[in-house]
Design a protein around this ligand. Structure first.
Ligand code: ADP
Ligand code: ZN
Length: 722
């Protein structure tokens, strides 16, 4: 017998099946989807068995050396999914399979992470006529449950246990002990409101569409709806995947699902140790769970007979893998799985991405709304503070109103969340005096500062202008790229209100395991007056005493050189505003900004998603951005700058000549022009419909695949442009 093996090396030149003999010793063991070790170019490499056949066209085949894991790692659905992802992303097939395997399993099964076991006892061959009371007690438990755990038997009597063991009345056996445990004492679910029930009914009774968007304000009970839907499909004997952004995948969130479904769930999140993750994945692989909760990569878990895939906070950029190949989109993967399993996809958000909402408006997805908060509370009142005005009174970062309100809340025994908006990179320059930022006249995105050439550039189209410290708007010599950190804001607040207790939370202070959890607890216990942090404080947290949310600087995310900067700012402001006034006391929000007239900020202050959507869609249409156009971001890199520039232009010309209805922008130096000793250029494509595009891009990739001096990365529907 012959096996076709895909080698685990992400190299386009060998991204195909190679034939190997299956030795007699392995003939009944090897199955499609298993990992094996094969000799390859004088090395021993791992690969996946993709086919098993009788004959090969090649004589003189080498043999498979060994099997890596006891189980099949890629099932039929996943093998097919990998091919579809390869087609969508033009990545190597092997990278599409590798991304499906959890890291915890990639560390060879059983080698670096050990399994844990518990000892149990069951009946042996011998029956005793006479027993004392404690022996009888142990026997009774085994009669009832079929087994007894060693620790439970020891609690009864260790000497009785030993006697029974010695006489072979009972015998030991081991069972794997999973490191994560779920409580099966389930909590009674809420009775759904009429609004919630009708959303659930619309979804389960819909037969002409499998994809849904629940557009519901923060606190409208979306999570409760998800759980009811899951319950419905579980009762039909099906399974469910719940996807959430990593940032909101907190233990509290997992607990809510655990309270409802107990040990039927497996949750995979960053607070788990490697051993815990390993155990959770093995429960999934063994078919011991029906619901998996996790971030992006959980979309691949091998649950059989899927009934529903939920994508919570659908707008989150974490649903796109964009730091490495394959640069896949979670929704696209979910759609493939939905076709295969004929299952539903339910997305939810208070601020849906424009792409998704536009498709829902057109009826491609079915739109369902939850317009009211559960407790009938209105959304908080939002104040916009024009920081240009405030500069007359202070050069600091706190407006007079924000400072007064913080003092007031402290006196009332209420709490405050302060958001320091520090998204992404800060290589754009803004005026420290008036907040002005220089934009590209062609693309309406912020220009980025390039140190080497000391100029400002648009990294979409290549437009460049000289960097001038003098602000073109207010005339002050104060253009700079300085950003402030949470520590500086904390110091400033302490100097203004010395008695205030500030808890600082950002990606640095929460990186240690369990730290995030601990901080949330201590803030909940009211050990602090103010929670100050970056984006991490904006999502999902539920503190009943918080009645004020202050946004220190709404502008940072507006100024990021990205056509989605308004959308991201609107969504961030809406999310953080949703943290205020969640229980009995009414909430307030203060947004500090140098752009108080900006439509993203204005609409966010009125909780007006639809108003924002309409205005933003007009801009997208006129500038030819998604959802009106599709984008492809082509990144080219090389150690040889001259060669790269020449080839980049050649590619651009090829694209221009061969494509009729695609706009080709660039090549332009990437935002990070030099990375790991490699120079980087990018080309951006905008198109509506272009049948020749994928075949042409594939040709270009193939043309360069054996050229070691040029690396091409493709990102379809890109989120980041760096
Ligand atoms: P969202 O996911 O839209 O932010 P949640 O599902 O978290 O909303 O609901 C907000 C709050 O309301 C939660 O504390 C939740 O337990 C509660 N809740 C949701 N649905 C109901 C209901 N039908 N009855 C009572 N409380 C509910
Ligand atoms: Zn431009």
């Amino acid at each position: 017998m012959i096996a076709g093996v895909l080698i685990q090396l992400s190299n386009r030149n060998i991204d195909r099946v190679f034939d190997y003999n299956i030795p007699d010793s392995l003939i009944n063991k090897i199955k499609i989807g298993m990992r094996v070790v094969v000799p390859f170019a004088r090395m021993h490499l791992e690969g996946f068995v993709l086919e098993i056949k009788d004959k090969s066209d090649i004589d003189d085949l080498k043999s498979i050396e060994s099997i890596v894991d006891e189980d099949v790692l890629l099932n039929k659905e996943q093998l097919e999914l990998g091919r579809l992802m390869q087609r969508d992303t033009l990545s190597t097939l092997i990278s599409c399979y590798q991304v499906m395997l959890p890291k915890a399993l990639k560390a060879r099964l059983g080698s670096s992470i050990s399994k844990k076991y518990d000892t149990f006892y069951k009946f042996g061959d011998v029956k005793l006529e006479k027993m004392n009371a404690t022996q009888q007690k142990i026997i009774d438990i085994i009669k009832k449950n079929g087994e007894i755990k060693r620790s439970d038997a020891l609690d009864i009597s260790s000497s009785s246990l030993n006697t029974l063991l010695k006489r072979n009345v009972i015998v030991p056996f081991k069972r794997e002990h999973y490191r994560v445990s779920y409580d099966d004492k389930l909590v009674t679910p809420h009775v759904l409101t009429n609004e919630q029930s009708s959303v659930v009914n619309d979804i389960v009774n819909c037969h002409d569409n499998n994809i849904f968007l629940i557009y519901g304000v923060t606190g409208s009970g979306k999570t409760e709806v998800y759980m009811e839907l899951i319950d419905y499909y579980l009762k039909l004997g099906k399974t469910a995947i719940v996807l959430v952004p990593e940032i909101s995948l907190t233990p509290q969130m997992v607990k809510r699902f655990g309270d409802r479904f107990g040990s039927r769930i497996a949750a995979i999140h960053s607070a788990l140790s490697e051993g815990e993750k390993y155990d959770e994945y093995r429960r999934i692989y063994r078919g011991e769970v029906d619901i998996v909760i996790g971030a992006r990569s959980a979309v691949f878990v091998p649950l059989k007979n899927l009934g529903i895939i939920i994508i919570d906070e659908e707008h989150s950029d974490s649903y796109k893998q964009d730091s490495q190949n394959p640069r896949y989109d979670t929704l696209a993967v979910a759609k493939h799985r939905s076709k295969y399993n004929n299952c539903k996809i339910v997305m939810g958000s208070a601020t849906p991405s424009l792409e998704t909402f536009a498709r829902a408006q057109k009826g491609v997805y079915k739109l369902l709304c939850l317009p009211h908060r559960i407790n009938g509370k209105s959304l908080p009142l939002v104040n916009i503070i024009d920081m240009n005005e405030e500069l007359k009174y202070s050069k600091g970062h706190f407006s007079r109103l924000l400072l007064d309100k913080i003092k007031e809340k402290k006196e009332l025994g209420q709490q405050v969340i302060l958001l320091l908006n520090r998204r992404g990179y800060s290589s754009f320059v803004t005026c420290k005096n008036c907040g002005y930022t220089v934009k590209c006249p062609n693309c309406d995105i912020t220009l980025t500062y390039h140190k080497t050439s000391n100029n400002l550039r648009c990294h979409y189209c290549g437009y460049a202008t000289k960097y001038d410290k003098k602000c073109p708007s207010c005339g002050e010599v104060s253009m700079s790229d300085l950003g402030v950190g949470t520590q500086k804001i904390e110091e400033e607040l302490l100097s203004l209100i010395p008695s205030i207790k500030v808890l600082r939370m950002d990606f640095d202070t929460t990186s240690r395991k369990g730290m995030h959890e601990k901080m949330i607890k201590s803030f909940k216990n009211h050990e602090y007056d103010v929670l100050l942090g970056t984006q991490i404080v904006a999502k999902g947290l539920d503190f009943s005493r918080v009645t004020l949310v202050g946004v220190m600087n709404a502008d940072t995310s507006l100024n990021i050189p990205d056509f989605r900067s308004s959308e991201n700012t609107f969504s961030l402001l809406s999310q953080v505003a949703g943290r205020s006034g969640r229980s009995k006391d009414a909430g307030e929000v203060i947004i500090q900004t140098f752009n108080s007239e900006h439509y993203a900020i204005k609409h966010a202050s009125h909780h007006d998603y639809l108003g924002f959507y309409k205005e933003e869609m007009n801009i997208r249409r006129s500038l030819k951005y998604p959802p009106y156009y599709f984008l492809v971001y082509i990144r080219l890199s090389s150690k040889d700058n001259k060669l790269l520039f020449k080839e980049a232009n050649r590619i651009k010309n090829t694209l221009n000549n061969r494509l009729s209805s695609t706009i080709v922008l660039g090549p332009t130096p990437c935002n990070i022009f030099k990375k790991n000793l490699k120079y980087r250029y990018s080309i951006v494509l905008k198109y509506k419909k272009e049948d020749k595009l994928y075949p042409l891009l594939k040709q270009i990739i193939d043309y360069y695949k054996s050229n070691k001096n040029i690396v091409i990365d493709l990102d379809f529907n890109p989120i980041h442009f760096d």
